[in-house]
Design a protein around this ligand. Structure first.
Ligand SMILES: Cc1cc2nc3c(=O)[nH]c(=O)nc-3n(C[C@H](O)[C@H](O)[C@H](O)COP(=O)(O)O)c2cc1C
Length: 228
């Protein structure tokens, strides 16, 4: 697969089948992840793959509780705004993300594979998220959907670390949990605020000098998937 297709069409694909991901595919995903950069090339990372039904059964309820806390906590104002004007494009987009996120929570135990990413002594996260995104891009090239999630770490970090047997007092931080599976929806280009609206040149607020009204990947038009 062309790298630009992977860059443009790798997005949160949460709705997946229960079909297991073969070991050779998992190996290629992890091998791509560890090619990523880290500060000083320290590679202070660990990747914990979870496919054990017993572990998923312990983590699923925690995930659901954590997500429920998002809707009633930090996301409550966005939810209220969307419910007040449900027909606006922003509200529709929010509901899509909410429904898809809720699907992942409700079906946590059916998702075939999770990758928990840990990093040591990296307060910025700069030394782990390149590897995580490489894993997601590599999965895309294998036809495997993924979604980065952080709610478990926000709400139940210590309990999750205990369940997974992460050593205590060694500086390991849980960066995120990524779900993996074969998607039920179609791949497509992620809608985003265009780059020229979020980029400046030389001085904050100064125009970047060009406009990009449509995605520059030539096949974007023919690749209008729904994500999930
Ligand atoms: C730092 C970070 C944390 C995220 N946490 C969650 C999460 O806890 N649960 C979830 O379902 N999705 C989570 N996501 C996925 C985002 O919701 C998703 O990437 C975003 O909505 C864009 O989706 P799209 O690429 O399909 O348009 C997270 C993404 C990032 C980058």
């Amino acid at each position: 697969m062309d790298i630009r297709e992977a860059l443009y069409t790798t997005r949160a694909m949460r709705r997946v089948t229960a079909e297991p991901i073969p070991d050779d595919v998992q190996a290629r995903i992890l091998d791509a992840a560890v090619r990523a950069p880290s500060g000083g090339n320290t590679q202070g990372w660990r990747f914990l793959l979870v496919d054990d039904p017993d572990l998923k059964a312990q983590l699923g309820p925690m995930y659901r509780e954590a997500l429920a806390g998002l809707w009633t906590g930090p996301y409550a104002p966005r939810l209220a705004a969307a419910e007040a004007a449900p027909e606006t494009p922003e509200a529709r987009q929010f509901f899509r993300v909410r429904d898809s996120s809720q699907w992942l929570a409700d079906n946590f135990e059916q998702v075939p594979l999770f990758l928990f990413a840990f990093v040591q002594n990296d307060p910025t996260g700069g030394s782990i998220f390149p590897a995580v995104w490489s894993a997601q891009l590599a999965a895309r090239t294998e036809g495997v959907g993924s979604s980065l999630t952080s709610v478990l770490g926000l709400a139940h970090r210590d309990a999750v670390m205990r369940v997974l047997g992460v050593p205590e007092n060694k500086g390991w931080q849980m960066a995120c949990c990524v779900s993996f599976g074969y998607p039920t929806g179609r791949w497509g280009v992620a809608p985003r605020v265009p780059a020229h609206k979020v980029a400046y040149r030389n001085k904050w607020g100064a125009p970047v000098g060009f406009e990009i009204p449509e995605p520059l990947w030539p096949d974007a038009k023919s690749s209008e998937g729904d994500g999930t």
